[in-house]
Ligand binder design. Structure first.
Ligand code: NAP
Length: 264
């Protein structure tokens, strides 16, 4: 086990990993620090040490790794947080620090799904006028400018759901719903019906906490625009679940599927 392990967090998996590493089966000689970006006013706090806020680019992160004697970094950030992932890859290279990524698998379409892949938010916005008029936008609080400038956007109505208030500019016809998962299929179905939603837009975030909207859309026969993930940085090993991360760290996995319920 490493002496000081830095988890780049902000995800359920990052909290699960921190809890496992600092829990009853943990190794008291290993210090575990989770780093949060500081975007959410009241974040769910991970176990172990926590630091909050940006590092100041790859150089700032490299300095932090040196100053705090970090020997292993686990990039457990959200699959769409590609700047911090690229910074981690650069900082690990310059400092010779071990790095791997923990990325939950993406979602896959099943029978009855009407998914329309999009390369990014701009591409997603361009697809909308052909699919419907009332849009449920669940891509987060940033990047909504893409939906302001898209051809035909003025004729669309958006329901935007995010944890923190979305950052302007917002599309002309927008309602905002502040909420955070986990969500249920019943709740998501009622929401889609109550707002007469015709199209769902989502990132391919993966994981169970926000997957209920996909089932609800399938049950209602709605099209879903799914934004593809950015690729992980070249050369960084990737594991897809907490037990695999623990195994790479030389820790017998005490993690059980039931344990996931402890960290919604
Ligand atoms: P991003 O675009 O990849 O990163 C932008 C900047 O935020 C980074 O350059 C870094 O600043 C800082 N940062 C990001 N994650 C950090 C962390 N864990 N610890 C310290 N600094 C961090 O990130 P983002 O997409 O805005 O996401 C921010 C955080 O929210 C991530 O930690 C991610 O896990 C979480 N999150 C993101 C999404 C999403 O859809 N993107 C969804 C759910 C949760 P410096 O350059 O100054 O170091």
């Amino acid at each position: 086990m490493p002496g000081h392990l830095l988890i780049l967090g902000g995800t359920t998996e990052a909290r699960q990993l921190a809890a496992e590493l600092t829990g009853p089966g943990g190794d008291a000689t290993t210090r575990v620090t989770t780093s949060l970006a500081g975007r959410v006013a009241r974040p769910r706090m991970p176990a172990g040490d926590v630091r909050v806020g940006g590092f100041g680019g790859p150089e700032g992160l490299a300095d932090w790794l040196r100053t705090h004697g970090v020997d292993t970094v686990i990039d457990a950030t959200h699959p769409f947080a590609d700047t911090i992932s690229a910074n981690a890859a650069m900082a690990a290279k310059t400092t010779g620090t071990r790095l791997f990524a923990l990325r939950r698998p993406g979602w896959t379409a099943g029978p009855g799904d009407r998914w329309h892949p999009a390369d990014d938010l701009t591409h997603a916005a361009a697809r909308l006028p052909a699919l419907g008029r009332r849009i449920f936008l669940t891509t987060g609080r940033l990047g909504l400018a893409a939906f302001v400038t898209a051809p035909g956007a003025d004729r669309l109505h958006f329901l935007v759901r995010s944890v923190e208030p979305p950052e302007p500019p917002l599309p002309r016809h927008t309602d905002v719903l502040l909420d955070r998962g986990p969500y249920t299929v019943e709740g998501e179905t009622a929401l889609l019906r109550d707002h007469a939603i015709g199209v769902l837009v989502t990132k391919d975030s993966g994981g169970p906490a926000t997957a209920a909207k996909l089932t609800a859309a399938r049950n209602l026969g709605l099209p879903v625009v799914v934004v593809r993930r950015p690729p992980p940085p070249d050369g960084v090993p990737v594991v897809h679940d907490v037990p695999s991360a623990l195994q790479l760290l030389g820790r017998e996995s005490l993690f059980s599927r039931d344990a996931a319920d402890k960290y919604p």
